[in-house]
Design a binder for this molecule. Structure first.
Ligand code: ATP
Length: 606
């Protein structure tokens, strides 16, 4: 919201000055004084006089009333009508689409000036006619934009979900679809207003707009053009007013778009101290492919700054699998996306390092990151359907993954893609390569994603819950596939999951995360045989029930802003003691690490 203040204030100032024109005691903007023609700044006329000796400041302020009224009104009419027609056309399709959208295509066939001439001939020139002409000119833009956005929005699951709830169509359109198309429409408004102010000058110049001697910025520019050589400043003032107003409008609409759409949050600017940190941090001691040290992620939310991941450290060697396990909201995905350099825009690593082949992944330039991603460092996501492009064939997508990092011909990439599909266990890969993503089962799609991830022989593969959406049989096949690929290539694997059964099957070591911190870490066999943190014990105790990992633990992971200062698990811990109110450190001993002050006390039933 803070970003609205400056552009909002500027636009408000321009509008208030225009509205207050009669109260400002300015000279009559129409009264001519030929003796003062093109006079420079003088007492009573700080911006001088124009080609008819009229006061420039007065015409600028009064002209703002006409220019802004024309621009705002035409953009508002086009936006209201265009959005409505686009919504109807995109949602109902059929006859609604024909009337709303195809009629706009016909309108677009008319040259704008011809259209303007037609309307002016019918209605006569003037500001009112100009509003109508501009509204008609901008209408197709709003209709087509809203129509395209609605078509895209209606195929999304969140729209299907409200339909499944039985919500009436009007409510779905107003409460679900409209807020999602509001962002682009707001940007279109700012473009329409800006363009209307400029077009007003052009159409007035042709005698199709504001009728002289009524002042408008467009007419001022037109008049100043004729005397540009003698009095260049006359051109400067209306152009300056025009440019500043357009700039303020664009900034305001951008800020409004960000306010209505939380996904468009601005990326947090990198801090200069972060750039210096790599030189200050000690190099990793061990021979790890990936060594994450003290990773801390900060997010600026509307409710204040949070640190959903704090002081996370782990490492993984070649040929080794590290599982990161924890309940939903424990910070697993943020940790993975930070390593890949794919954090959401509002988030940034505020401390720590992620060493990979001697480079700190957290502080690489974007171009360097791009070279690593999909090459030496690859990632497999949870939902293969949304990760695959629906309009490209499977083979093309795998080939594209190869060509992103290797200079090979299209033919060679295509044949390598087929070989990769075969390698990940897809039967009849030649035929499957020509299939579309929607023609494959979930398990097949995940195999395709894995084929794309290993296409360039990564040294490190991060798999973020790759089997969560799959049934148990397919899940086991995918785990076998990953283990087989790892044996073949010797890549290091970081496997994110909330399923301890999967951890037991695939991982060598495990890092248990709770509320943004690693609470226990060690070899899977040791941790599973003798868990030391009460949270790990509770997770393991919950497994036999087969009801998900948190079934045996009362409560849920609290949101980051509610985390206690001391042990974050204490409010849910059966063994909490007064000393747990103090911050806990991750104490390391013999390859095991535990963040609990009572870890060495004999385990009692939790
Ligand atoms: N863009 C964001 N803005 C604000 N908070 C966020 C953002 N992304 C994540 N968070 C918060 O950070 C915390 C950790 O999120 P993360 O997605 O890493 O959890 P997770 O352990 O991967 O959960 P899941 O298993 O459900 O994916 C959560 O409390 C989440 O609400």
């Amino acid at each position: 919201m803070r970003r609205l203040w400056l552009p909002g204030g500027l636009v408000l100032l321009v509008v208030l000055v225009a509205l207050a024109a009669p109260l400002l005691g300015l000279p009559d903007p129409i009264r001519q004084d030929v003796a003062q023609r093109l006079a420079g700044p003088m007492p009573g006329s700080p911006l001088g006089r124009d080609e008819f000796g009229r006061d420039v400041l007065s015409r600028l302020v009064w002209g703002a009333r006409v220019s802004l009224a024309v621009a705002f009104a035409s953009a508002a009419i086009a936006c209201a009508l265009g959005t409505l027609l686009g919504l109807v056309g995109g949602w109902f399709r059929g006859i609604g689409e024909l009337l709303a959208v195809r009629s706009m295509d016909i309108l677009l066939c008319f040259p704008p000036v011809l259209l303007a001439l037609l309307v002016v001939t019918l209605l006569g020139p003037g500001a009112g006619t100009l509003m109508l002409v501009l509204a008609v000119l901008y209408l197709p833009g709003f209709v087509r934009l809203t129509y395209a956005e609605v078509l895209s929005a209606r195929s999304h699951d969140y729209v299907e979900a409200v339909r499944a709830l039985g919500a009436p169509t009007g409510r779905i359109l107003l409460r679900t679809v409209l807020p999602n198309v509001a962002g682009p429409v707001l940007v279109q408004i700012s473009l329409a207003v800006a363009s209307a102010v400029v077009l007003e000058s052009g159409l007035s110049f042709l005698g199709l707009g504001v009728v002289p001697p009524e002042p408008s910025w467009g007419l001022m520019i037109r008049g100043a053009r004729a005397t540009m050589a003698q009095a260049p400043l006359l051109l400067l003032w209306p152009c300056l007013a025009l440019s500043l107003t357009i700039l303020a409008m664009n900034l305001l609409c951008d800020a409004l778009r960000d306010a209505v759409d939380p996904r468009t949050a601005r990326p947090a600017p990198p801090r200069w101290v972060d750039r210096l940190l790599p030189g200050l941090l000690p190099a990793p001691r061990e021979e790890a492919v990936l060594a994450v040290q003290g990773l801390t992620i900060g997010i600026d939310t509307p409710h204040g700054a949070i640190r959903p991941v704090e002081d996370v450290s782990f490492s993984v060697r070649a040929g080794e699998t590290l599982a990161i396990v924890g309940e939903s909201g424990s910070g697993k995905s943020l940790t993975a996306t930070a390593i890949m350099g794919l954090l959401p825009p509002a988030a940034r690593p505020v401390a720590g390092a992620a060493w990979f082949q001697g480079r700190d992944l957290l502080r690489l330039e974007e171009a360097e990151r791009r070279r690593l991603r999909g090459g030496p460092v690859a990632m497999v996501f949870q939902d293969p359907m949304s990760s695959l492009n629906p309009v490209h064939r499977i083979g093309e997508q795998v080939a594209e993954a190869i060509r992103a990092h290797r200079r090979v011909s299209a033919k060679e990439a295509a044949s390598r893609a087929v070989a990769l599909l075969r390698r990940v266990g897809i039967a009849d890969p030649e035929r499957r390569a020509r299939a579309w993503p929607h023609e494959l089962s979930g398990g097949m799609r995940q195999r395709v994603m894995i084929a794309m991830a290993v296409a360039n022989d990564p040294a490190l593969l991060i798999a973020d819950e790759p089997t969560t959406a799959l049934d148990v049989t397919v899940q086991a096949q995918i785990l076998d596939l990953l283990a087989g690929l790892q044996r073949e290539t010797g890549m290091a694997l970081v496997f994110i999951t909330h399923n301890l059964g999967v951890v037991a099957e695939i991982a060598d070591r495990v890092a248990v995360m709770y509320a943004g911190q690693v609470v226990e870490q060690g070899a899977v066999a040791e941790v599973f045989a003798a868990p030391r943190h009460p949270y790990t014990r509770a997770l393991l105790a919950a497994v036999p029930e087969g009801e998900g990992i948190a079934a045996g633990i009362p409560g849920t992971v609290p949101p980051p802003q509610d985390w206690p200062r001391g042990c974050r698990f204490a409010p849910r811990c059966p063994r909490a003691a007064p000393a747990c109110a103090l911050p806990q450190v991750l104490a390391e001993q013999g390859g095991r690490a535990v963040r609990c002050i009572r870890a060495d006390e004999p385990a009692v039933a939790a």
